[in-house]
Design a protein around this ligand. Structure first.
Ligand SMILES: Cc1cc2nc3c(=O)[nH]c(=O)nc-3n(C[C@H](O)[C@H](O)[C@H](O)COP(=O)(O)OP(=O)(O)OC[C@H]3O[C@@H](n4cnc5c(N)ncnc54)[C@H](O)[C@@H]3O)c2cc1C
Ligand code: FES
Length: 509
């Protein structure tokens, strides 16, 4: 999605700001000409960078300063205050950077500097000459982008069985599906990016095998591609329920841009939809179809939507939010058969539907890893550097089960930002770096105008502390075990969400 251009606010920073009005660790929103710029102070140093996040345009001046970085309040991207570089996904592009000058008791913002990316890995003997990435999704794209940003000069091949270049997948259940975002916002980069960056992106290319001894991958068309380092980032695929009628043309799942286009095409004439599953994707789809004026029924076996992840109180809120928008729930029930006109439920109810979307979960695509003999345990097992049991072969994203230092468990999650950050870390380590993946997991979900942010990871908890009011859409929920905060969910409390993330990071320091 394109970044929105916010109106410029605050003082003209070129005219000078009194030093004692900006305390250490604080940020001031201002502007330089038409550019929204933030001025930040760290001790006696002053930094000025663009104030608009390159992900979706979040206001960085309302973010959190941590050392010499600033974090975006919306989805926790992190930018260097020194260079403007996007250090952490989901932002991948830098913001502009200005020099500052301290004169007497005033600080002035001066020249705009060209963006620079600091090489984080020193070139070492034995560096790879050719890197192959299997997967053109969140992790694969972020890895390729980081490899080039780190000045990797060798061959870089990205193989994807999708026909579309890497897309902003989260948008496929939100604004794009709702009809609120044009399709040009969906690709992560324009077509020229790949040729300009020397990324050999091969779309519609299925990898069928990996020979870890010969260090080559086999393609469905009989071709082979050799590698020095390999990144497996094959993601996940939607579960298809084995129901009579689930292969009918009006029954859809949603993972790819093609899936999304097919739902949009059907939605043009559909009047009543059944969404199977009250998961994040199912409910985002429900919200988007409501935005298109379609009657929506959600069928799911659980008592409350999202209760397993967010708890009962948030589950009740999510349900009432969707009901306010006209969604009709059929909970503690499941579909038993689908035909061209209706969906039959186990309870005996029948729902007329000319569009059905199954959002009943995904399965990680592990077949390649399994047949290659890599260690697999409900995901591809990786170490803290995201390397698999085969030296030189890394895994990232929805397929990777990594030793999470925050929870002390080996976990696998299906979050966009985690996949991207793992792709970035894997890139550094494929170049010879030794960077542990220790980012705090983060995801967001959007329902109508209500964003839900979640940091940390809590599969179970023994205490749920609620601060604020969920119904007023102004709350922080802390999921604790034995008094320790494992995860924090929030609505419209971005600052607290950022602080919670920083506190979880400090626990490891
Ligand atoms: C509609 C939708 C909305 C979402 N919204 C959110 C959200 O709001 N917030 C959030 O945190 N997460 C969200 N997610 C989850 C998020 O998109 C995933 O966690 C993320 O995409 C995982 O990245 P990945 O790189 O592991 O896999 P993917 O992005 O799925 O990419 C996998 C790639 O591997 C390719 N591939 C697989 N097997 C092969 C093979 N054998 N040969 C060649 N290529 C292969 C695929 O074609 C694809 O290009 C959403 C997911 C969907 C589907
Ligand atoms: S808008 Fe900044 S991280 Fe999404």
């Amino acid at each position: 999605m394109s970044a929105a251009q916010p109106e410029t606010t605050g003082p003209d920073l070129t005219l000078g700001v009194a030093v004692d009005t900006l305390a250490d660790g604080k940020i001031l929103a201002g502007h330089v000409g038409e550019d929204a710029v933030l001025l930040a102070r760290r001790g006696d140093e002053f930094f000025a960078i663009g104030a608009t996040c390159t992900h979706y345009g979040g206001p960085l001046a309302e973010g959190l300063m941590v050392d010499d970085t600033v974090r975006c309040p919306w989805h926790h991207a992190c930018f260097s205050l020194r260079t403007g570089e996007a250090l952490r996904a989901p932002a991948l592009g830098p913001v502009a950077c200005w020099s500052t000058e301290l004169r007497e008791d005033q600080v002035f913002v001066r020249e705009k500097a060209a963006p620079t990316a600091q090489a984080r890995v020193a070139p070492a003997p034995g560096s790879p000459r050719k890197i192959v990435i299997i997967g053109g999704g969140a992790a694969g794209f972020a890895a390729a982008e980081m490899l080039r940003r780190q000045h990797f000069q060798g061959g870089l091949v990205m193989l994807s069985d999708d026909e579309a270049p890497p897309v902003d997948r989260p948008n496929l259940s939100k604004d794009y599906l709702a009809g609120n975002a044009p399709e040009e916002w969906v690709p992560l980069r324009g077509d020229d990016f790949y040729s300009e960056q020397g990324i050999d992106l091969r779309l519609g290319t299925t990898v069928t095998g990996i020979d870890t001894r010969a260090r080559e991958v086999a393609l469905a068309d009989g071709g082979k591609v050799a590698y020095d380092r390999l990144l497996l980032a094959t993601g996940a695929e939607p579960v298809r329920l084995p129901l009579p009628g689930s292969d009918l043309p009006h029954v859809h799942t949603l993972r790819t841009l093609a899936d999304c286009r097919a739902i949009i095409a059907r939605a043009a004439t559909a009047r009543r939809a059944v969404v199977m599953g009250a998961s994040f994707i199912g409910l985002e789809v429900a919200a988007s179809l409501r935005a298109r004026g379609i009657e929506v029924h959600v069928v799911a076996p659980e008592k409350r939507p999202m209760e397993r992840v967010l708890g009962a109180a948030m589950g009740d809120f999510v349900r009432s939010l969707h009901e306010e928008h006209g969604v009709i729930f059929h909970l503690e029930d499941t579909a038993s058969a689908i035909d061209a006109r209706q969906v039959a439920l186990k309870s005996g109810d029948m729902i007329a539907a000319d569009l059905v979307v199954a959002g009943v979960g995904v399965r990680p695509r592990l077949a390649l890893a399994e047949t290659a003999g890599l260690a697999v345990d409900r995901g591809v097992t990786v170490d803290e550097y995201l390397e698999t049991s085969a030296p030189g072969v890394f895994a990232a994203g929805d397929i990777a089960r990594w030793p999470d230092r925050h929870s002390g468990a080996a976990i696998r999650v299906e979050h966009w930002v985690v996949a991207q950050r793992q792709g970035q870390t894997a890139a550094l380590n494929m170049l010879g770096g030794r960077e542990s993946f220790d980012a705090v997991p983060f995801f967001w979900s959007q329902h109508y105008d209500v964003p839900i942010n979640y940091v940390g990871h809590a599969e179970t908890w023994d205490e749920l502390a609620i601060d604020g009011e969920i119904a007023a859409r102004d709350c922080v929920l802390r999921y604790k075990r034995k008094g320790r905060v494992l995860a924090v969910a929030s609505i419209h409390r971005d600052a607290e969400s950022l602080l919670a993330e920083a506190a979880m990071e400090r626990e490891l320091a």
